[in-house]
Design a protein around this ligand. Structure first.
Ligand code: ADP
Ligand code: MG
Length: 324
C-alpha cells in the first residue's frame, strides 16, 4: 500500500461506500437508491435473484457505468470521476471473466501483469505467488485450455489480483464450478481478506452466502436487508421452518401448495431444497402433526419432519415477500 493510499484509508471508515446509488436504463430502475458500506478487510456478499441489479451495482462501483443518481466511493475515490486512480487499486473478476485459452497459466499471469504495468522483477514475484496461491505450481506451463474448471477459476482470480488490489469485486466467480473447487476458492477469498483486502462478492449459492461476514439482499434494484447471516436469520425470518424428508418431494409440494391455496393450512411458504421440502409456518410445533397427517392421508411416506434453523435462502424468500 502506498502512503497516499494509507492516508486515504485512514480517512474513510469504509473501503466501499454507496450512498443512494441509482441506475436507470430509460424508465427502468435497475438499481434503486442503494446505500451500504463495506469495511476494509471485510467479505461482503451481494445477493439477489437474476436481474436484481447486482452486476449493475458493481459496474457503477468500478466506474464502468455512470450512476443516474447518488454517489459511490471506493478506497475514497469517486469511481465516476477518479476512475483511473481507483481502477489501479481495484481487482475485478466478472461473470464472464475470460483467460486466454491458448496461453499457459504463467503466460496468462504475465499478460495481465504487463497490462497493469508491473515491473519485470515484480511480475516474476507475483507469478510465483499467484501460481502457489492457485495451487498451480507444477502446472505453470500447461495450456489454460487444458486446465479444469477449478484451476481456471483460481487462475482467473490470480490474474484479477496480479496488481495487489486493495479491493476486489467478484461477480458470481464460482458459477458452474464443482463443490470442492468452490470450497477451495472460498479459502482463497478468506486468505485475501486476512491480508486486508476488501472483497465484495455476488453469488447465488446460499451456502456461499453463509460464508460472508455480512450480506446485502437486493431485490428488484432495492436493498431490502443488510446484516451478518446470523442476524439476518434472527431479524428477517417470519415464521419457522419445517424440513420434510420424503422420496415423493414433488408430490408433497403439490399437496402442500394446494392446501395453502385452499386456505386449509396457514403456510407462509413452501419450497423445494434439493430433495427436501421446506414449509415455513407460524409455529413448527403446532404445524408438525397436521402437516404430517395431511401428507400421510395423500399416501405420501414421510421419513422425517423436523424443525430446523432457517437457511439464508429461507430468509431471503421471507424478506423479499411484501409485508402484509
Ligand atoms: N445496459 C442495460 N440496458 C438496459 N437494461 C439493463 C442493462 N444492463 C442491465 N439491465 C437490466 O437491469 C436489470 C439488472 O441487471 P443486472 O445488474 O445484470 O442483474 P443481476 O446481476 O442481479 O442479475 C436487469 O433487468 C437487466 O435486464
Ligand atoms: Mg449479474
Amino acid at each position: 500500500m502506498t502512503n497516499t493510499e494509507k492516508q486515504i484509508l485512514r480517512h474513510c471508515e469504509y473501503a466501499i461506500e454507496a450512498d443512494q446509488l441509482t441506475k436507470r436504463f430509460g424508465d427502468f430502475v435497475a438499481v434503486d437508491q442503494v446505500s451500504f458500506g463495506v469495511r476494509p478487510g471485510e467479505v461482503y456478499g451481494w445477493l439477489g435473484p437474476n436481474g436484481a441489479g447486482k452486476t449493475t451495482t458493481i459496474r457503477m462501483l468500478l466506474g464502468l457505468l455512470k450512476p443516474s443518481g447518488g454517489q459511490a466511493a471506493v478506497l475514497g475515490y469517486d469511481p465516476a470521476r477518479q476512475t483511473k486512480a481507483m481502477q489501479a487499486r481495484v481487482g475485478y473478476m466478472s461473470q464472464l471473466f475470460t483467460l486466454y485459452n491458448d496461453l499457459t497459466a504463467r503466460e496468462n499471469i504475465r499478460f495481465y501483469g504487463q497490462a497493469y504495468g508491473l515491473s519485470r522483477g515484480d511480475l516474476r514475484q507475483r507469478q510465483a505467488e499467484i501460481l502457489a496461491m492457485a495451487g498451480l505450481t507444477g502446472r505453470e506451463d500447461t495450456l489454460t485450455a487444458n486446465l479444469s474448471g477449478g484451476w481456471k477459476q483460481r487462475l482467473a482470480l490470480g490474474c484479477a489480483i496480479v496488481h495487489r488490489p486493495r479491493v476486489v469485486f467478484l461477480d458470481e466467480p464460482t458459477a458452474g464450478v464443482d463443490p470442492i473447487s468452490r470450497r477451495e476458492f472460498w479459502s482463497l477469498i478468506y486468505s485475501m481478506a486476512e491480508q486486508g483486502v476488501t472483497v465484495m462478492v455476488t453469488t447465488h449459492y446460499m451456502d456461499e452466502a453463509e460464508l460472508c461476514q455480512r450480506v446485502g439482499f437486493i431485490s428488484q434494484g432495492r436493498l431490502i436487508a443488510l446484516d451478518t447471516p446470523a442476524r439476518l436469520k434472527e431479524t428477517q425470518m417470519r415464521g419457522q421452518v419445517l424440513e420434510i424428508s420424503t422420496a415423493s418431494a414433488d408430490q408433497a409440494m403439490r399437496v402442500l401448495k394446494a392446501a395453502q391455496a385452499g386456505g386449509r393450512l396457514l403456510l407462509d411458504e413452501v419450497a423445494l431444497y434439493g430433495a427436501q421440502v421446506h414449509a415455513v409456518v407460524p409455529s413448527a410445533e403446532a404445524f408438525r402433526e397436521p402437516i404430517l397427517a395431511l401428507l400421510q392421508a395423500e399416501g405420501i411416506q414421510v421419513q422425517a419432519i423436523e424443525w430446523i434453523a432457517p437457511t439464508l435462502e429461507d430468509v431471503f424468500i421471507s424478506a423479499v415477500k411484501p409485508r402484509g
